[in-house]
Design a protein around this ligand. Structure first.
Ligand code: ADP
Ligand code: MG
Length: 725
């Protein structure tokens, strides 16, 4: 306690920039960008002309890589990597833990004559076979069928990760079982993109829009995180193991002054950010913004949006780089959704749109009546999708950590709704009532024969209380947790959108029967139908308010407050039908996912419960008892010299100690009765019985923290962790 405080204070006061300061004048960010990526520039330089052309096509159109080409690419990649100092290669994959996994293989193989040579074939590039028995599969595999395959995702380029002692080549891959079932986050994302492309193209075709490139989803994830001095983490087992503080009284000052948001960035933190940006530039991650967030010690980094699949891999890299670079600056980067009670937690706003390089964003209102009709159709698809499958989207962000955040007046509630903004709402209102007001102005938005108010409308939405908000040319999904992979929410969004676009294409095809003249009328009546059936999902007001909770209930919108309430949605009948229809996830894969996520939930609360018991007994109880002893000794001394004292503090500490001990005993009892066997029952028990028991221990412990002598309290306080930087 005392020592870690002193260490942290000296780390801050003695901080000086690293030995070799970064000089961006010598090495420009534009030169750095992508220098460790096997990107188009490198491919063009190193591959024979026709090989490059055919690889480029494979990447752009998301086609399969043939094995002859794979050998050529592998060879060029190996030479490039070895020239840059790489000794190993690894297939990077994304198991259902939400983390990034890698197993390294050396390029080096013995040549049979006592020497060695470097080897990397096309086969080694496109396929790996890690022993997958220790990854969660939710019953999809038994350990004797432990083989899993990793397969290179050509749409995500290979790159080199540098270390002070060497570098290695990373190949982003999908991870599947030997029977072809998805064991990871990438496989369903790729499948959902394929399904989306097919249905989006059908709709575009009706509008007479041709595009050679596939229609994809775009993602721009804004990543929040905390930074604290590393010394504190070493003396806080809760931060070290669970990633969040399980104890800690409210500091005298929190975030109430609102003096942190966009505030000047402390020097050590800024140095850290500079190096994070530099590392990410090298990896070709287009990081763009950085700033102080609302809570003390909280920050945000955001890249420019990219193709959803690439953005997902890049966001995993961002999280890795944040963690690694923080350590170099004597700090710890906390990605947990709620590291500190009583102040804001961290999320990840997922900016989401559909389109491609030729079309731009399909959520972008256009200039012509034709484009605007198409824009309204894609918006209507999103509205319909959210109304039908909002609960599924909610389930994709259900974790033990995110439960602390959602609906806690800092993040959107667990009720899914769509924010359209005043102007777009007005447009849909007019379509619904059929009372479309004409406008005589020149720059009007028209849908078919009728005129509507001009678009674009208020893009500067700052209604942060909405989980799914239209922000000018995209939707922003704000319920994602800071430590989560953004793959899951995108898989859900892409598939939900696919289903709505399929519906829309079928309706319009039926109504027009191939006659483009009939499109305008068909579009107008379909828009009217969709908005009439699904307007219950639209809400522009304050999502935090009590009235909204009541109103949402009246509208029949689900409010799945906790993870055990939300996760069963993954295997709800309409959801199974949705995913199987478009070949994104099979019923078995959905069940396995639900199992894994339920288990993860129970396991993380179980870990926290064990930590709480141990910390209460070995750290908090001894500190409070020592203080009690001091007070008792003082009391005895005073009595010895004739004072008849009744010491209030002694009574107080004694009573609180007793209550804390009792609450620890209660928690132990609750933990003994965990029902095993049924994962949902178990998760519910952790939610309804274990969590409240954890919270009671914390309440008593925190009440002791504010009375026990500071020099006896071992755990670093909130004040220290949040304000020493
Ligand atoms: P904010 O105003 O919400 O703080 P920004 O304007 O910086 O944020 O944008 C947030 C994120 O949204 C960025 O990653 C940005 O690239 C991304 N973004 C912008 N346009 C789109 C789009 N059409 N599709 C997906 N993401 C987008
Ligand atoms: Mg935003």
């Amino acid at each position: 306690g005392i020592q870690s405080r002193l260490n942290a204070i000296s780390a801050v006061t003695n901080y000086s920039p690293t030995a070799a300061p970064l000089n961006f004048a010598e090495t420009k960010p534009t030169d750095l960008f992508g220098c460790n990526v096997f990107n188009h520039k490198v491919m063009k330089e190193r591959l024979p002309g026709d090989a490059y052309k055919s690889l480029k096509k494979t990447i752009e159109y998301g086609e399969k890589l043939d094995s002859a080409l794979a050998d050529i690419v592998a060879n060029a990649m190996k030479d490039w990597a070895i020239e840059r100092g790489a000794t190993h290669f690894t297939h990077v994959f994304y198991p259902l833990t939400g983390l990034t996994a890698e197993k390294h293989d050396a390029f080096l193989v013995p040549d049979g004559n006592g020497g060695a040579l470097a080897q990397f074939s096309g086969q080694m590039l496109i396929q790996g076979e890690p022993d997958a028995s220790s990854f969660p599969s939710g019953g999809l595999r038994t350990t004797f069928e432990a083989r899993g395959y990793t397969a290179w995702d050509v749409t995500s380029p290979a790159y080199i990760l540098e270390n002070p002692n060497g570098t290695f080549l990373c190949i982003p891959t999908a991870f599947v079982s030997w029977t072809g079932e998805a064991l990871d986050k990438k496989t369903p994302l790729l499948r959902s993109l394929q399904a989306l492309n097919k249905q989006a193209k059908r709709v575009l075709q009706l509008f007479g829009v041709e595009t050679k490139l596939p229609v994809i989803s775009y993602a721009g994830p804004e990543q929040e995180y905390f930074l604290i001095d590393r010394n504190f983490v070493f003396s806080r087992p809760d931060l070290l193991i669970a990633g969040r503080t399980l104890f800690g009284a409210k500091p005298a000052k929190g975030q109430e002054f609102e003096d942190q948001y966009f505030g000047a960035i402390p020097r050590r933190v800024l140095s850290f950010m500079m190096e994070v940006d530099r590392e990410l530039y090298k990896l070709g991650v287009p990081v763009k913004t950085r700033h102080n967030e609302v809570a003390p010690g909280q920050y945000e980094i955001a890249p420019i949006f990219e193709a959803g699949n690439l953005a997902t891999d890049h966001n995993q890299l961002v999280m890795t780089v944040l963690r690694n670079v923080a350590k170099r600056y004597g700090m710890e980067c906390l990605l947990h959704e709620k590291p500190f009670a009583g102040i804001n937690g961290s999320g990840k706003h997922l900016n989401y749109s559909l389109g491609n390089a030729e079309l731009g964003s399909l959520f972008d209102p256009g200039e012509t009546p034709h484009e605007n009709a198409q824009f309204l159709i894609f918006c209507a698809a999103a509205i319909r999708a959210m109304h039908r499958y909002g609960a599924l989207l909610r389930a994709t962000v259900a974790t033990a950590c995110n439960d602390h955040r959602l609906g806690a007046n800092e993040a959107p509630p667990a009720i899914m709704s769509v924010y359209l903004g005043a102007q777009l709402t007005e447009v849909f209102e007019q379509i619904k009532s059929g009372n479309i007001k004409g406008s005589k102005k020149k720059d009007v938005l028209t849908v078919g024969v009728d005129t509507l108010p001009p678009l674009p409308m208020d893009p500067g939405d700052r209604n942060r209380t909405s989980p799914f908000a239209f922000t000018g040319n995209r939707f922003e999904f704000r319920a994602v947790g800071s430590s989560q992979s953004i793959a899951g929410p995108q898989v859900a969004l892409n598939t939900m959108m696919t289903e709505s676009l399929d519906y829309i294409a079928s309706e319009l095809e039926k109504a027009t029967k191939g006659d483009p003249e009939k499109l305008n009328t068909a579009v107008q009546s379909l828009l009217k139908k969709i908005i009439t059936e699904h307007e219950a999902i639209i809400f522009n007001g304050d999502g935090y308010s009590e009235e909204w909770h009541k109103e949402a209930a009246k509208r029949g919108l689900p409010n799945l407050k906790t993870t055990p309430e939300a996760l069963p949605e993954i295997t709800a009948k309409p959801v199974i039908e949705l995913f199987t229809k478009y070949g994104v996830l099979s019923e078995a894969e959905l069940h396995s996912r639900q199992e894994i996520y339920l288990e993860q939930y129970s396991k993380s609360i179980n870990t926290e419960a064990n930590l709480v018991i141990r910390m209460a007994k070995t750290i908090i109880f001894p500190a409070a008892m020592r203080y009690q002893g001091e007070l008792a000794a003082t009391c005895a001394n005073l009595k010895a010299i004739g004072h008849d004292v009744k010491m209030i503090t002694l009574e107080d500490v004694t009573a609180k100690l007793r209550m804390m001990q009792k609450s620890v005993g209660d928690l132990e009892d609750v933990l003994e009765k965990v029902p095993h066997g049924d994962t949902l029952k178990e998760a519910k028990y952790f939610c309804d019985s274990v969590l409240p028991a954890i919270n009671t221990v914390r309440e008593w412990a925190d009440s002791l923290e504010i009375v026990v002598a500071d020099d006896l309290w071992v755990l670093p306080s909130y004040q220290e962790m949040l304000f020493i930087k």
